[in-house]
Design a protein around this ligand. Structure first.
Ligand SMILES: Nc1nc2c(c(=O)[nH]1)N[C@H]1C(S)=C(S)[C@@H](COP(=O)(O)O)O[C@H]1N2
Ligand SMILES: [Mo]
Length: 321
């Protein structure tokens, strides 16, 4: 594995802007939509609003030794225009079009409660002060067999959980997203229940790789990526990474999880990335990395097995998928 010293890493050496711009140009040209009379690049109207506006820079972000540094980071454009956020539409380009205008992130209230000694309520500004901000570059794998490498900015979830002092009854952590009727799709339109909910076992939640992300590419999270605060668990399928969190509850029993409720045969509670356990309707053995042409093999626990496999010793991962 290639390990770089913190200061050596620059985004410009991973995905130069020109490279992905050229790639997008190629895609548009190939689709025959954007090449004008002189062959010049014209942005079609349905793509015009899509290129995300850059966010506000987060100060004091320190690189983390837990970052994945042996892979090319995806472009800001890839990360912020190809999303799943069903509250704002079910197509990959819907969240970038709809979330920025409709998701109101400031003021925000995040409540941490349940089996805790000290209940906490965090306001918008508090979200950026839970612990020193770290950059965590993670490989992310969606259950739909695409993947992406994201330079998240966040804090270990454990830092927040320690503050509330879980009681001895706390065995799981339940998460809930914001839901605002009128500004978001109705459940019947999206095909899943809202508010979106997710859960982790307490030891998974306390694992050093599990973070609450408040940014990416050194800037505040864009709305479509789950502003102002979302969960990132890099060894699990992307849907565990619940966005725009308003409530965290420590609980005694396994909490409900949105996709598991929608279809428990297809989506388990654990949802660890596992190339050996296929989705009933497609293989999980390989994936398409956004921006790449050839498929690559999916790795056990998304490549984080060394760090997380011990959480699951003695468990039948075919049954507890
Ligand atoms: N509230 C909420 N969180 C969500 C989703 C969603 O639809 N609603 N989609 C999930 C899925 S399926 C994925 S793959 C990731 C996508 O995160 P990204 O758009 O930042 O890449 O968010 C997850 N978190
Ligand atoms: Mo996903």
């Amino acid at each position: 594995m290639l390990i770089r010293k913190p200061g050596e890493f620059r985004y410009s050496d991973v995905t130069p802007r020109e490279v992905y711009l050229r790639r997008r140009e190629f895609i548009r040209s190939a689709s025959g939509l954007a090449v004008g009379a002189a062959g010049a690049l014209a942005v079609p109207p349905w793509l015009a609003g899509l290129s995300a506006q850059r966010g506000q820079k987060l100060p004091g972000v320190k690189p983390s030794p837990l970052s994945t540094r042996d892979e090319k980071v995806n472009s800001y454009d890839d990360i912020t225009t190809y999303n799943n956020f069903y509250e704002f539409g079910t197509d990959k380009d819907d969240p970038a079009k709809n979330a920025p205008g409709r998701l109101k992130t400031n003021p925000w209230k995040l409540t941490v409660e349940g089996e805790v000694t000290k209940k906490l309520e965090l306001g918008y500004e508090d979200l950026f002060t839970i612990a020193p901000l770290e950059e965590r570059i993670y490989r992310m794998r969606c259950v739909e067999a695409w993947s992406i490498v994201v330079p998240w900015v966040g804090v270990p979830l454990s830092a927040l959980l320690k503050k509330v002092e879980p009681t001895s009854k706390a065995k799981y952590v339940a998460f809930e997203s914001l839901y605002e009727r009128g500004r978001m799709l109705r459940s019947e339109e999206a095909g899943i229940d809202f508010p979106y909910v997710e859960g982790l076992r307490l030891d998974e939640a306390m694992h050093p790789l599990t973070i609450l992300a408040v940014g990416l590419y050194g800037e505040k999270l864009p709305e479509q990526n789950g502003a102002p605060v979302r969960l990132v668990v890099p060894w699990k399928y992307g849907f565990k990474g619940i966005k725009s969190i308003v409530r965290i509850r420590l609980v005694e029993r396994e909490p409900p999880a949105t996709w598991n409720i929608a279809n428990s045969r297809e989506y388990g509670f654990y949802s660890n990335v596992n190339p050996e356990v296929d989705h009933p309707r497609w293989s999980q053995a390989s994936e398409r990395r956004l921006g790449e042409f050839f498929r690559r093999k999916t790795q056990m626990f998304n490549g984080y097995a060394d760090q997380v496999a011990s959480l699951y010793t003695g468990m039948d991962l075919r049954k507890l998928y």
